[in-house]
Design a protein around this ligand. Structure first.
Ligand SMILES: [Zn+2]
Length: 390
């Protein structure tokens, strides 16, 4: 291969439809990532497929691809896995048919986020066609198959693997569907942290007519949950809304009405802002529960810390690109659920910008073809601005 210019335009809609036809419901890949790798290899990217696994988890396929060996490395990051389609009968077209109509691309992953991944590739192809492969920098793809799942064998391990090989990233755009109603609405510059708690209270089972001979686990659980759910955790911070706790389940499973339950369980979820770390939010939980007293056991599933990339070079560049294409200036936000930004931000400046998220995770997920074209323009403009010839 030479460094000659290669004109291989990529149609983002066709590529996204092809990716949708690989039903890559976490943790399965079904050929989606190799399909993307083949497309990137034709553009001159060096592709590394990495499968990660560990005890008790399913193996997951990931991809790191890079073109360029020098200069700053601009990274496109995203997930190829999708959530399950749910009730197939409810879908107008099959969730994995990748149906394209006059103005819309349909299918699971269209918005979240195979559509954006296809736009990454189309924008890279356009940039490389204009500038050639020797443009004095590097473009990379950090693609995982484990973002919608437990996020154990995905981006975190891929970043560690890349770092061991001496790879460095300088800026990273994640293609999550950050726009609320229309393209150009919103860039995410951070995300709240996330932790799940599982409380079990053991009491003494007994007859409801003889409570003095029992210890009602339900009553004690109610008191603990009351202590957790009534006080605000904080008032929010400069870039974040207040931290929030939601009780997800209360499980007693008592089949009869005249038995005092001996065991009661509950699950809660806290989305916390950058005032807290996973460790300090655990301290808060413990102090609230201990203020009630009584025995309980508590188990956690830790998801991620809050992250924030303060408004800076990357968010400015993305805003400019979005404004140039859509005429709108995106809001810089930290709302919504967790993303792999909580791993990537430890390595480089990170921001998220993708398609419109209105139908993500829903039946009949779809995106507008016009948005696919505009997002490709925005990503290509971001590359132009990032690698501007001075
Ligand atoms: Zn997503």
């Amino acid at each position: 291969m030479t460094a000659a210019r290669h004109n291989q335009p990529i149609d983002p809609v066709s590529l996204a439809a092809e990716l949708i036809r690989h039903p890559s419901v976490t943790p399965k890949d079904e050929g989606a990532i190799p399909h993307l790798a083949a497309v990137l290899e034709r553009l001159g990217f060096a592709c590394d497929l990495q499968e990660f696994t560990e005890a008790g988890t399913a193996p997951v396929l990931n991809l790191y691809a890079r073109i360029g060996k020098s200069g700053r490395n601009f990274c496109f990051a995203g997930h190829m896995d999708v959530v399950p389609p749910g009730n197939l009968e409810a879908w107008t077209a099959g969730p994995f048919a990748g149906t394209v109509t006059a103005d819309t691309l349909h299918g699971r992953g269209a918005a979240d986020m195979k559509g954006a991944i296809a736009c990454f590739a189309a924008a890279s192809a356009r940039f490389l066609a204009a500038r050639g492969r020797d443009f004095g920098g590097s473009i990379s793809f950090l693609i995982t198959g484990d973002e919608e799942g437990p996020r154990i064998n995905g981006t975190k391990k891929l970043l560690e693997w890349a770092a061991r090989r001496g790879e460095t990233l300088d800026a990273c755009v994640i293609g999550e569907p950050t726009n609320v109603q229309a393209l150009g609405d919103m860039i995410k510059i951070g995300r709240r942290g996330n932790i799940y708690g599982y409380i079990t209270v053991e009491g003494v089972q007994g007859h409801t007519a003889y409570p003095h001979l029992a210890d009602n686990a339900a009553h004690r659980l109610l008191a603990l949950l009351h202590a957790l759910a009534t006080a605000p955790i904080d008032q929010g911070t400069e870039h974040f809304q207040p931290s929030n706790l939601q009780i997800a389940t209360i499980d007693i499973g008592n089949p009869v009405d005249n038995v005092i339950p001996g065991t009661a369980r509950a699950t809660f979820n806290i989305r916390f802002n950058d005032r807290w770390t996973t460790a300090t939010i655990k301290d808060w939980i413990k102090s609230r529960l201990d203020s009630v007293g009584g025995g309980y056991t508590l188990r956690y599933r830790e998801s991620c810390d809050a992250f924030l990339t303060p408004p800076g070079a990357l968010s400015t560049l993305l805003s400019q690109a979005a404004k140039r294409v859509t005429g709108r200036t995106p809001e810089l936000s930290t709302a919504g659920g967790a993303s792999d930004g909580c791993f990537i931000h430890r390595y480089c400046e990170t921001a998220e910008f993708g398609l419109v998220g209105l139908t993500q995770h829903k039946v009949d997920e779809h995106v507008a073809l016009a948005d696919m074209a505009a997002l490709t323009d925005i990503y290509a403009t971001a590359l132009d601005l990032y690698f501007a010839v001075s």
